[in-house]
Design a protein around this ligand. Structure first.
Ligand code: 5HM
Length: 322
């Protein structure tokens, strides 16, 4: 049990690195692993990894979580935020396994909206143990040379003591890289569902078949583990209630920013209908447009970010933010 994801990340990384059970080469990639890893996070709203050497990309984290919530599987969207994504695409247009949003809102041939189904299940029976969103699809193993097989099997929501708990089940999780964005996104989804159902956010449980570290990351991993990290930050809570209108408006601006059809300063952002929690994310996307298109970062916009986001941007892009 850990209080925050930051605590869990360092402890579990240390455990896999120093006490691996197996050294092997799945699909030819040397790695060390532990099987059947489970842990609990008491406060899933605190979902950011602060390590100075790991250098969390908070903008990618939000972009990916929102990619899931919009049901989108487009490669052009997500590769704008992460240059490595095209490596996993079979057709150069979409992602099949990693695009969990498509699974959440348009699962399989029947195009099932699992979000609505799970929400309805929880409204019908608050004690339900059936509120599962399925992600891995048996079809994925039938595709020859599949580059992108979902690592996540499913997400289970459980209301207990009026709190929304969630269990994420993964067949495989990269304990150094993938986990940073996976737990960010899954706990974001948990919080989003909790706010929508007007419940408190409960605990988050992470359950993984194989948790591993790839050998080329070993040196970087040791730097992260040797770092003394005594900085603590608080990340903000999502507003209570239904946040869908906020997401739709935010993503309307996101698309224009990404395609460079619009630029936004702090005054423009304040004039949107977004509440301050969502304005902060829009400000991050606006700053990312400046980073991506090699423009000078707007200092006024940066100055209006929450301290936690300022810290993460300074740590990740020190020369851009000065
Ligand atoms: O050979 P395999 O399909 O398991 O390779 C996928 C790799 O990406 C694994 O190391 C898996 O743990 C990592 N991964 C992750 O950690 C992949 C995805 C995409 O679904 C993810 N987290 N979300």
């Amino acid at each position: 049990t850990y209080e925050t994801f930051d605590d869990a990340y360092i402890a579990e990384l240390n455990e896999i690195y120093h006490h691996a059970e197996f050294f092997n080469e799945p699909r030819g990639f040397s790695s060390r692993e532990k099987l059947g890893v489970h842990f609990k996070i008491e406060n899933p709203v605190q979902r950011i990894v602060y390590s100075q050497t790991r250098k969390t990309n908070i903008i990618f984290n939000f972009a990916e979580a929102l990619w899931y919530l919009t049901g989108n599987n487009s490669l052009s969207y997500i590769s704008y935020y992460n240059k490595r994504m095209p490596d996993y695409s079979m057709d150069g247009q979409t992602l099949t396994g990693t695009a969990y949003g498509k699974k959440l809102f348009h699962f399989g041939e029947q195009n099932l909206n699992q979000w609505q189904n799970v929400k309805q299940e929880l409204l019908n029976d608050a004690d339900s143990k059936r509120a599962v969103i399925q992600i891995f699809d048996a079809h994925e193993l039938t595709i020859n040379q599949n580059l992108d097989v979902s690592c996540t099997l499913g997400l289970q929501f459980l209301i207990r003591n009026n709190q929304l708990n969630m269990v994420a089940y993964m067949r495989a999780n990269d304990a150094f890289r993938g986990i940073v964005s996976d737990i960010f996104s899954f706990t974001f989804i948990q919080e989003f569902m909790a706010r929508e159902l007007n419940l408190k956010v409960g605990k988050y449980y992470h359950s993984v078949g194989t948790m591993h570290i790839y050998e080329p990351d070993n040196q970087w991993v040791t730097h992260v583990l040797n770092e003394s990290n005594d900085q603590t930050f608080i990340s903000p809570k999502m507003p209570q209630g239904n946040n869908w209108a906020m997401v739709h408006e935010l993503m309307h601006y996101e698309e224009k920013l990404r395609k460079k059809e619009l630029t936004m300063n702090w005054v423009n952002i304040q004039h949107t209908e977004l509440s301050s929690y969502w304005q902060q994310i829009l400000a991050l996307f606006s700053i990312y447009q400046m980073i991506y298109y090699h423009e000078e970062v707007d200092q006024v916009l940066f100055d209006h970010l929450l301290p936690v986001y300022q810290h993460l941007l300074l740590n990740r892009w020190p020369t851009k933010m000065s």
